[in-house]
Unconditional design. Structure first.
Length: 260
């Protein structure tokens, strides 16, 4: 029997359970646009992280500097056909990058094991497509993480920040009310998704998109610099609607117990 007032925890993937720093999608998107002569920087790519990848591509193309660079490189404004073409390039790029960055974040497996011991179900959602997720799911299972449920981008009528992926997981697993569900995510869009669903929404400041550092680079930061850089990220996640902000998934259960 659980001592926590929850029946289900829904985890994001990159930057939450795998890929410390959420680095794989950034590299893949930069490479896909570079093939068409458009150079993207990391902050531009990270601004819309958490959305379904097709929506992320659309958001990038809609940014005035990117739109202007695209028109210069391609001779015309982007169209939906360009989104389709970029996604065709992005599928293998993202799959390969995600597979290479599929190491579990420290504490992820232990957190899931404890949640299962407490009788809490485990679901997951992602802005990746099912194809992109294939090798990540396999590699995560080899490391001890196999959620009860997975929702991928484009498997609901709309992605984050709408709550539809959460609704699908809850319907499929038979979990209600939504107040007994925890959503854990490193992106503002994912935190908003949890808030919009009526879940208890948890933001991750250190392991994800906001900081964007590898585990090694993060651990190399001095304590003062680490706190200075995490402060604005924590504030952004709270502004997005997080009920609780922690550093990594390793902190989840103790933090939930403190708030229960």
């Amino acid at each position: 029997m659980t001592d926590l007032p929850f029946d289900l925890v829904i985890f994001d993937w990159a930057g939450t359970m795998v890929d410390f720093g959420c680095r794989a999608p950034v590299a893949a998107l930069i490479a896909a646009f570079a093939r068409r002569g458009v150079d993207l920087d990391e902050p531009t790519v990270r601004a819309d992280m958490g959305k379904a990848k097709a929506d992320h591509v659309r958001a990038l193309l809609a940014k005035p500097p990117v739109a202007a660079a695209w028109a210069r490189a391609r001779g015309a404004a982007s169209t939906e056909a360009d989104v389709v073409a970029l996604m065709a390039d992005l599928e293998p790029l993202m799959r390969d990058a995600a597979a290479a960055a599929s190491a579990l974040i420290p504490g992820a497996a232990a957190t899931v094991a404890e949640l299962r011991r407490l009788g809490i179900k485990i679901a997951s959602s992602t802005g990746y497509t099912r194809q992109m997720m294939g090798p990540v799911v396999t590699r995560a299972a080899e490391q001890g993480y196999a959620p009860d449920h997975l929702v991928c981008a484009n498997e609901t009528p709309a992605g984050r920040p709408t709550p539809l992926m959460i609704y699908k997981a809850c319907a499929d697993l038979g979990v209600w009310p939504l107040s007994r569900v925890v959503k854990v995510d490193d992106s503002e869009a994912g935190v908003e998704e949890g808030r919009n669903a009526g879940c208890f929404s948890v933001g991750l400041a250190a392991s994800g998109n906001g900081l964007g550092l590898s585990l090694e680079a993060y651990e190399a930061l001095g304590a003062g610099e680490r706190e200075a850089r995490l402060g604005p990220i924590r504030a952004s996640l709270r502004a997005a609607g997080a009920d609780l902000v922690i550093d990594t998934v390793a902190d989840l259960i103790p933090a939930l117990r403190r708030t229960a």
